[in-house]
Design a protein around this ligand. Structure first.
Ligand code: CA
Length: 699
């Protein structure tokens, strides 16, 4: 069915070389949609030839994954079915690529015509051959490391956007960069935030009607949220829409913000107000509406933020904006007067559902507050909401008004309140997916007990959390009060279809396919395939680190691949203490790609591959395997017991030779003086340097 896969996979695995021969990413010679390409200049063609028409039709491009949620509806549903519920148990590793970075990896890779674009931690961008994992280029925007203290939730990045030959990334320090998709070089760069304030950017940009949409985060620190739109080709600011009102003694930026100001009390603007749009977006081209999820109020405590009450628009809301102007068309607030960091930045999915005999155009969201929302996306009217995890702070949602009914148990003005869900949410940023064939939404759900208490005195600590809450209550976060599960949710009937339980929360996002499959990685470093209709587990692999990112699937040369980026980190991994430590993983970035194989590995095939290694690489590899590999690993890949020499060789510099010659007394590393001569030690170093280069590990 797809002969040659094992050959390619083995060549890559054994030699760490590109597959050679065929061009995996043949450039598109002609623009697919000449009319759409005609007016814009410069006319970018060749690689990453993604225009507006392709973005609008992204759902139909089975082989590709053109935008963050796969298409504008953000369903994360792939029509590919070569891998399906009858054969998923035969998935094998096709290739891996190590980013050479530690800390959280949250990227959804973008795949365009055989090339894959993704980010690691610190906003570093990688372009890979999607068939082999070979590194095509890497761009490190050199985010100043002191930015980390302003990031609530690790130095993460959720991925790039690709359009007209450019690759867009929002860097942690607030820059938006457009890179040449062929070379990785910067084409333009703008600063999207006031870098004196505690803003960060971690979300994936979206491209809508020739503009790059980018938000920001920082509502734990005291900022005012907004979303910006830039001309995709020039980087010129097209519009900026604030999500919460500013100082009312100055003119409001819009009528919508003037209205919003009536729902605030006190001097909220002095502490920013929050409402940061740090992740979710979706677009309906026929309605011409851009949907943006907004975050929590800043500070968290509404007693500190808006002391005499009020809904505090537009925090914790879904906003529908005119994509040309940023003007607000309608809003829906999922947590009026948010008091618990109940962001509505969680992933939004657009779908057309038959509800009570009517086909409804809906938005679905499972925000942190624990209710699964179905909203009419034409006008923002309420359809339904039910708890998808344990909810203690409210007794449901009023079916007439669509407002949650708080029961008082979550109030903490006068003392400690134990609340479910917690600030980590019943579901966080990890994307969910929707399968139109099963009619189910697959939610990375979690149960974490939250403890809230007022800070005795509201402080203003620059570059640190200013939430109005006393973080001493973090001491209650232990492994006994947390769990997670993959939840299959029926959005029409608002009820659970099935669940797959995990010991831990903070598992990865989900992918679902026409092959009746749902894929999810786990906090404890596994990657699973389950049957989409009934939740039967069909396959599991080791991902090499904790997985928080969402998988993607694509096809090249008739072979369907499934990719997930591993890399343990993010808010819960950093702050969770004992509850997070039970993951038992190390944090390192690994791009894992799997495919089916029908070609057995034979002695003849292995001999052929070994013989095909070029000299002097073959000699060096044989030398390494004779003397070093039985402790330091086949092809110098460490499994975490001893030093991984691909990483060590660059760091050791001149002391490499000394260590090899004289050993390290006390560590059990023997000296090779008198066994290996100087030339052989140089050859070993050259081998390790080549291996580091092959695996994208920076010297
Ligand atoms: Ca938050």
């Amino acid at each position: 069915m797809h002969r040659g896969f094992v050959f390619v996979g083995l060549v890559t695995a054994l030699l760490g070389l590109g597959c050679g021969g065929e061009d995996a990413a043949a450039p598109v010679a002609e623009p697919a949609h000449p009319a759409a390409e005609a007016e814009a200049a410069p006319a970018r063609q060749g690689v990453a030839a993604v225009d507006d028409a392709r973005l609008r039709g992204a759902g139909g491009e089975a082989n590709n994954w053109l935008s963050h949620g796969r298409d504008y509806a953000e369903q994360r549903f792939s029509p590919l079915e070569q891998v399906n519920d009858t054969n998923a148990s035969g998935l094998l590793r096709a290739w891996t690529f190590e980013t050479g970075l530690t800390r959280g990896h949250e990227a959804t890779p973008i795949v365009v015509d055989g090339r894959m674009y993704l980010t690691g931690s610190w906003s570093v961008v990688f372009a890979l051959d999607a068939r082999t994992g070979e590194l095509l280029w890497k761009h490190d925007p050199l985010v100043p490391r002191e930015t980390a203290v302003k990031a609530c939730c690790d130095v993460v990045n959720r991925g790039v956007a690709v359009y007209r030959g450019l690759v867009y990334v929002g860097a942690l320090d607030g820059r938006l960069l457009a890179l040449d998709a062929e070379t990785g070089q910067v084409v333009w760069e703008v600063v999207t935030v006031d870098q004196e304030k505690d803003y960060t950017v971690t979300g994936a940009p979206r491209i809508v009607k020739g503009k790059v949409m980018i938000g920001n985060g920082g509502a734990e620190f005291g900022v005012r949220g907004y979303i910006s739109a830039y001309d995709a080709l020039t980087g010129e600011l097209a519009w900026r829409t604030y999500t919460v009102p500013g100082d009312p003694s100055k003119p409001f930026e819009s009528e919508a913000l003037e209205q919003a100001a009536k729902t605030w009390t006190g001097e909220w603007w002095k502490r920013g107000g929050g409402g940061t749009a740090w992740d979710s977006m979706a677009f309906d081209a026929s309605l011409d509406l851009l949907y943006v999820g907004t975050g929590n109020g800043s500070p968290w405590s509404r007693y500190a933020r808006s002391p005499d009450g009020g809904d505090n628009l537009y925090v914790s809301s879904i906003l529908a904006l005119d994509p040309d102007t940023g003007e607000l068309a309608w809003h829906f607030q999922t947590t009026p007067g948010d008091n618990w960091d109940y962001t509505a930045t969680q992933h939004m999915i657009l779908a057309d559902l038959m509800i009570d005999g009517r086909l409804r155009k809906v938005i679905m969201q499972a925000p942190k507050n624990g209710f699964f929302w179905v909203i009419d996306r034409m006008d923002g009217s309420f359809i339904s909401a039910e708890p998808y995890v344990t909810v203690t702070w409210a007794d449901g949602v009023d079916p007439k008004t669509g407002r949650p009914i708080p029961n008082g148990s979550g109030e903490y003005r006068d003392g400690l309140a134990l609340v479910r869900p917690t600030a980590f949410g019943g579901h966080n940023w990890q994307p969910m997916s929707f399968n139109p064939r099963t009619g189910l939404v697959y939610i990375p759900a979690q149960e974490i007990l939250g403890a809230y208490m007022m800070e005795k005195e509201l402080l203003d600590r620059p570059k640190h959390f200013n939430t109005g809450s006393d973080f001493a209550v973090f001491a209650t976060l232990t492994r006994e009060v947390v769990s997670g599960h993959l939840l299959a949710w029926d959005p029409v009937n608002q009820k659970e279809a099935w669940r797959h339980p995990y010991a831990m929360p903070w598992n990865g996002g989900t992918l679902t396919t026409a092959g009746n499959l749902v894929f999810q990685g786990t906090a404890d470093g596994r990657f699973l395939a389950l049957r989409a209709d009934d939740g039967q587990k069909l396959w599991e692999a080791h991902a090499g680190s904790g997985v928080i990112a969402a998988p993607v699937t694509y096809a090249v040369d008739g072979v369907q691949y499934v990719t997930v980026v591993a890399g343990w980190g993010g808010a819960f991994a950093l702050a969770g203490g004992d509850a997070a430590a039970q993951a038992g993983v190390v944090s390192r970035g690994i791009v894992n790609t799997y495919a089916l194989s029908d070609q057995p590995i034979t002695p003849a095939l292995v001999s052929e591959l070994l013989a095909s290694r070029p000299e002097p690489y073959r000699g060096r590899e044989n030398l390494f395997h004779t003397w070093c590999a039985r402790c330091h690993g086949s092809r110098a890949v460490g499994s975490g017991v001893l030093a991984d020499l691909r990483y060590s060789v660059g760091r050791l510099g001149e002391s490499f030779e000394t260590i090899v010659r004289h050993g390290v007394s006390g560590l059990g590393m023997p000296g090779f003086d008198g066994i290996l001569d100087e030339e052989e030690i140089r050859e070993l170093r050259a081998y390790l340097e080549t291996r580091a280069e092959q695996d994208g590990i920076a010297p």
